[in-house]
Design a protein around this ligand. Structure first.
Ligand SMILES: Cc1ncc(COP(=O)(O)O)c(C=O)c1O
Length: 376
């Protein structure tokens, strides 16, 4: 349990906010003439019902199915956002006073935490991961004690671009750190891709830690990046702050209808079988890349649906020049687009490669061998 009040993390203007209420919060059935919708219907004939109506502000049906799927105690522990990206932004707006408060991130990590902080005029404090892409808990603790006003610590597990899940012990150490005076946000966008024998989600810890927020998403394992649905799992007080601050109807009707289908048992089974295929392809791709002579190392623990490949020079040293050359040749001459990540801390010379279908991975390997073989 944190040794500070949750209220102390929240900006005073948010704490005293009276959320927008509509008549439908009180009455949702009958002849609905309360919200200035088009009573004649909509211009689109859609399989989605009631496109002319505003969607449910709280999306209880989707939440019920989600908590059932993840084994979370209550819908009061969940919030739905327009992707995890919206949740990140809301958390910063709820907790961080612009120009005063700060967040802590652990590079190399997902770039949106810093982009979002910049948009909100929130300073970013950095404590790099160690050589195995794990948390340096002592260094984080020291920073928390020395730097005032750190309101959120963003941890990414499995990390992007590291592809490495953080140890539970280290996450716990941050949550229990005596110097912590803020939220710990664990971004679990890639959690379903972690192998069963490794440590999984920390979502159920929200029962114990009031200041823990776990973010998940339907964008990755469910293959639904297009519908933009992210989920925050947290203490009901934090969920309430998120609800009070969000736009009234942030989750649109088509998103919630697709999400309801995605959280049915048959679709969940399909997600699990896709995840198994992706894990198997990941293993195959890793062993093939390991056999490309002397030019590529693998970085990280490969817990996500991508791998991080380091391109080295003739002396075995990581090389951004070579990596950038490979990146461009692949994209411009060979039609395969990967991501150059060589400017991220600890990732010199690296390319992040999403696991594709077997055919896509074969094509990638052929083309990677072609560029690496012919050029160096
Ligand atoms: C670590 C991490 N978190 C969050 C996201 C964004 O998720 P969403 O699509 O739910 O906004 C991504 C997307 O690449 C990601 O890599």
């Amino acid at each position: 349990m944190p040794k500070f009040s949750l209220e102390s993390i929240i900006r005073p203007n948010i704490l005293s906010l009276k959320p927008y209420r509509c008549a439908r919060d009180d009455y949702a059935t009958g002849i609905l003439l309360d919200a200035n919708e088009n009573s004649f219907g909509s211009v689109i004939n859609s399989s989605a019902e009631s496109l002319n109506r505003y969607p449910d502000p709280y999306q209880l049906d989707v939440k019920e199915r989600f908590i059932d799927f993840r084994g979370i105690a209550s819908v009061d522990n969940t919030f739905l956002g327009v992707g995890s990206d919206e949740i990140m932004d809301l958390l910063m707006r709820i907790c961080c006073i612009p120009g005063k408060d700060k967040i802590l991130v652990t590079p190399p990590t997902y770039g949106m935490y810093s982009v979002c902080a910049k948009i909100n005029d929130v300073e970013v404090v950095k404590v790099n991961l160690d050589g195995r892409f794990q948390l340096r808990t002592d260094e984080i603790s020291k920073t928390l004690s020395e730097v005032p006003n750190i309101k959120i610590v963003f941890l990414c597990s499995p990390g992007n671009p590291t592809g490495t899940a953080l140890s539970h012990e280290s996450i716990k150490a941050i949550l229990e750190d005596v110097n912590l005076r803020g939220l710990v946000v664990v971004d679990e966008a890639y959690i379903d891709f972690v192998s069963e024998e490794r440590e999984g989600s920390v979502a159920e810890w929200v029962e114990k830690y009031d200041n823990l927020v776990v973010m998940q998403t339907l964008s990755k394992s469910f293959g639904l990046a297009g519908i933009r649905l992210g989920i925050a799992i947290a203490n009901p007080f934090i969920i309430n702050m998120l609800n009070n601050t969000k736009a009234p109807y942030n989750i649109n009707l088509m998103t919630s209808q697709v999400a309801l289908s995605a959280l049915q048992p048959d679709a969940i089974a399909k997600m699990r079988s896709m995840v198994s295929l992706i894990r198997a392809e990941r293993a195959k791709l890793l062993s093939s890349i390991a056999n490309i002579p002397s030019v590529a190392n693998i970085l990280g623990a490969n817990d996500a649906n991508f791998i991080l490949v380091q391109i080295v020079d003739g002396n075995g040293k990581p090389s951004n020049d070579r990596a950038q050359y490979v990146y461009k040749q692949l994209a411009e001459k060979l039609g395969v687009v990967v991501r150059f990540r060589g400017h991220e801390y600890g990732c010199e010379g690296s390319l992040r490669i999403t696991i594709g279908t077997p055919e896509q991975n074969e094509a990638l390997l052929t083309k990677l061998r072609e560029v690496l073989g012919e050029s160096f």
